[in-house]
Design a binder for this molecule. Structure first.
Ligand code: SAM
Length: 273
């Protein structure tokens, strides 16, 4: 199946209400754990490192689609003043519980609110940076994804940075091409996701955002855990979970410097004009 055909299939299979129900269920099942957002905690940590190193202390940061605030709290601990918003109220309840348990100095830099990336009830130009990690891929159509991206740009001040970590069609295809060469089946796109075409994104927002970089921060991790690990498992006849964050191979893979363009997940750095 081609990527665009897969995209169309996903748009028909899962609508906006189902996506919201999926995330509400994740909130109920995982509470304050990072698993509410993704079972692969190692990629979450790589993502926080890549984004956190680009935020300055004192900056006003919007973390849109913050889930239970796991990453938002980390950015606040680095010194940023963070507002986390998510469209699932249960996620925000867990984020609030997290905030209350933090040292006062960090908690004082952290706020949470229910909000939708497609229509943010926030003033134009009110943030130095906007962070969006694995959120835009949850919007059920390209039109809504673009609407979300434009909302992120709208609330950024001129010169502010949109840090967008999203699964891309390019990274996904490249990884699957590597797997195919060795007889491994393609990794499917999850039914609640619609991966981004990185070139289309850059072109569609070029009037308001300059693309400065696309960082393939997790490429080595993907090669080690989604290519080498299943290959080794098949050779050894072992039944392994490739995204098990507690596995030794995943622990080691997360220490590798990024190399190549095999990361499904990529970090876009887009500067507000
Ligand atoms: C994969 S999780 C990512 C969470 C968080 N950004 C992180 O880094 O761990 C996706 C989150 O996006 C939220 N989300 C999905 N669609 C949204 C929308 N239209 N507006 C706001 N949040 C949304 C979901 O509720 C979920 O909490």
């Amino acid at each position: 199946m081609s990527v665009s055909a897969a995209g169309l299939w996903h748009r028909r299979a899962v609508d906006a209400d189902e996506i919201r129900r999926f995330w509400a269920e994740q909130a109920r099942a995982h509470g304050e754990s990072p698993s509410a957002s993704w079972s692969d905690h190692r990629v979450i940590e790589l993502e926080i490192e890549a984004i956190g190193s680009r935020l300055a202390a004192g900056e006003r940061v919007l973390d849109v689609g913050c889930a239970n605030g796991y990453s938002s709290a980390r950015y606040a601990a680095l010194g940023a003043r963070v507002l986390g918003v998510d469209f699932v109220p249960e996620m925000i309840e867990h984020a609030e519980a997290r905030r209350r348990a933090l040292p006062q100095e960090v908690a004082s830099r952290l706020e949470f609110a229910v909000g939708d990336i497609r229509s943010l009830e926030l003033e134009d130009g009110s943030f130095d940076a906007v962070v969006s990690t694995r959120v835009v891929i949850n919007l059920p159509s390209w039109e809504e994804q673009l609407q979300g991206l434009r909302e992120c740009a709208r609330v950024l001040r001129p010169g502010g940075l949109l840090l967008l970590s999203e699964a891309t069609e390019q990274g996904w295809q490249r990884l699957n091409a590597l797997r195919r060469e060795w007889g491994l089946p393609d990794i499917p796109m999850p039914p609640h996701n619609l991966y981004l075409d990185q070139e289309r994104v850059a072109e569609a927002v070029a009037d308001v955002l300059d693309l400065e970089e696309i960082s393939d921060f997790a490429s080595s991790y993907y090669v080690a855990t989604r290519f080498l690990k299943p290959l080794l498992a098949a050779a050894a006849g072992a039944d392994v979970d490739v995204s098990d964050p507690g596995a030794e191979l995943n622990r080691w893979a997360a220490t590798l410097p990024p190399a190549g363009d095999y990361g499904t997940q990529k970090l876009f750095l887009l500067r507000r004009r």
